[in-house]
Design a protein around this ligand. Structure first.
Ligand code: PEP
Length: 253
């Protein structure tokens, strides 16, 4: 059965002290207010991973994600961090293929495939992001665009490897813009993604894959988005930096 997940991507925000306060607040609110079977993930900046992870350890609902991983195992790659390093400090999930990494760091499908493989090889779960830019949506090529992103990376995984994957659909025009995909647009794309996954693997694997929506998700729109049959939760940027908003999104299931 697929998991319901709300993941917060803190991106390059917060000082060390602010990060510890934020995670403590979220941890307390989740303990006090969240009752359903929802998996809550926080993805702090890399230097804070271990400390943030320690603060979530006693809470079964809370899990730790990294925002990036190297495609290499080890060696002379200055500035990079390997999957085994992330694993060794308690990381369980890794965000891979976020549009900001594709755009600013020129990560192509081959690199993303290697990152997904490296993550799975360490027993962690990749949160694989896909999503189209505005011009592809406007030209009515969004399904084709996202289908290719999925195919060019995930289709090379074995069935066993794919079982570890979470997918996040994040239309680029909705990220940080305040312009959310409508629940209908999200549902249509999530259903399409599940259909593509069923073709690449099998229907059962596709059915069991959590597909998250990301893009200006907030406490005001999360309930309607999460009510869609193929929307299994959210990958949250801006609103994950405020404990109240993030917890309210978690409570929107
Ligand atoms: C994101 O960057 O993954 C994201 C969804 O950002 P925001 O919620 O701020 O649109």
């Amino acid at each position: 059965m697929r998991k319901r997940i709300v993941a917060g991507n803190w991106k390059m925000n917060k000082t060390y002290e602010e990060a510890l306060s934020l995670v403590s607040e979220i941890d307390n609110m989740v303990r006090d207010e969240v009752s359903g079977d929802v998996t809550v993930i926080v993805a702090p900046p890399l230097p804070f991973l271990q400390s943030v992870g320690k603060l979530t350890q006693g809470n079964d609902r809370m899990h730790l994600a990294a925002q990036n991983v190297s495609e290499h195992e080890s060696g002379a790659y200055t500035g990079e961090v390997s999957a085994s390093m992330l694993k060794s400090v308690g990381t369980e999930y890794v965000i891979i293929g976020h549009s900001e990494r594709r755009m600013y760091h020129h990560e192509d499908e081959q690199t993303l495939y290697k990152k997904v493989k490296a993550t799975i090889a360490q027993g962690m779960t990749p949160i694989f992001c896909c999503g189209e830019p505005l011009e592809e949506r406007d030209a009515d090529r969004h399904f084709e665009y996202v289908g290719k992103q999925l195919h060019d990376t995930l289709s090379y995984l074995s069935n066993e490897e794919f079982d570890q994957v979470v997918v996040a659909y994040e239309p680029i025009w909705a990220i940080g813009t305040g312009r959310t995909a409508s629940s209908q647009q999200a549902q249509e794309m999530h259903a399409y993604i599940r259909e593509q996954l069923a073709r690449m693997f099998d229907a059962e694997a596709a059915f069991n894959t959590s597909i998250l929506y990301g893009g200006s998700c907030n406490p005001g729109n999360a309930r309607e988005l999460f009510a869609q049959p193929d929307v299994d939760g959210g990958l949250i940027g801006g609103a994950s930096l405020k404990s109240r908003d993030f917890t309210d999104i978690i409570k929107s299931f």
